[in-house]
Design a protein around this ligand. Sequence first.
Ligand code: HAM
Length: 420
Amino acid sequence: MINIPKGTKDALPSEIYKWHFIEAAARRTSEKYGFKEIRTPVFEHTELFSRGVGDTTDVVTKEMYTFLDKGGRSVTLRPEGTAGVARAFIENGLQGGAMPFKTYYLISAFRYERPQAGRLREFHQFGAELYGAEGPAADAETIAFAYRFLREIGVITAVKLHINSIGCPACRAKYQAALKEYFRPHLGEMCEDCRSRFDKNPMRMIDCKEENCKKYTANAPRMLDFLCEECRAHFEGVKSLLTAAGVSYDVDPSIVRGLDYYSRTVFEFTSDALGAQSTVLGGGRYDTLLSQLGAKPTPAVGFAAGLERLIMLLDALNISPAEKKADCYLLGMDENSREKAFLLAEVLRSEGLICETDLLGRSVKAQFKYADKLGARFVVVLGEEELSEGAAEVKDMETSASVRVRFGALAQYIKQRRKV
Ligand code: HAM
């Protein structure tokens, strides 16, 4: 027996309706905001992520699935979607097109993390990216989009939106200097990661999960106190648009996000109904990523939600999306009727109905039992008598009532009643 790799999961047919429910809401909401789908490769050149996501992040330094392909090139399974979308935008010359450019994706992503509830090595994201708009309305629209999506799947009352601004490279440099000054005397007592972050990117220290480091990070200077005039005005603009749109939020200065490309607005939706991995959706503005990857400067903002965490949240809240069930089961009582059932099933499917029939040569009783298991609303019973009459006995499994219906009228009959 070969087992599934650690940190990965099968999405079984019996559970898939939850995935479809979330994916359909993602597509529907994206459409409302004018976002069209993009599909990019599962693997990219490693350099895209080390340059794009940032080589001081845990994602790049510890978590990437990187390997040499048979041609000796270093490639990496995408740890997230943003960098690949940016590459595709530049490579396909989309900068020349109409702005803003809006796109969304439903993807699998890979991070070599220690697996636990809500943290996987292969996970799935619904993400969206908006390029070419630098004003606060783009941030607010992106956050409102995420908010509406979470409302659409019914979890909005169980999540909280936290927002922050981490400024632009100019004001952040002053902040990083202040952080260094603050952390320097405590460095000896902080973890090895923090000591290396101190040199490369002290803001990342704020995010440290070590209990001992948290003692120091709790009172560290806050980026919000260092924002330059433009960044402050931008953040005020985002907040007032969100308030006007009825999107409630908390300003949380501790949010710095785990990826290097962010500037100005950052945000996360978290839920107390989940365990330690409580962030269901995260994102922010990243105005320097595209130019870092070789494009002309293009402002950008986006988010991604973890689908496994959203499913955990649906389960925790007892939200059960409707599962598509069979409209009818065609039951043949003997050899001849079984063949008719097979053919009628084809006719009904071409009329748009979901139907099944016997493939195992089961008894009438066993077929009824199976139809019940399928959740079929109607069982269309065919025997010698029905065949000679050209009409089937249709049993409504909800009311147990039975009616004779001519073969030619079956589809219409079932369609009219399945809605009831
Ligand atoms: P992220 O915060 O790294 O951001 O991931 C977004 C979401 O993906 C998280 O909030 C979480 O729900 C889910 N997620 C991340 N890692 C795991 C994991 N190991 N197991 C299960 N779920 C996970 C990004 O990926 C950015 N690209 C978002 C973005 C788009 N920013 C701008 N545009």
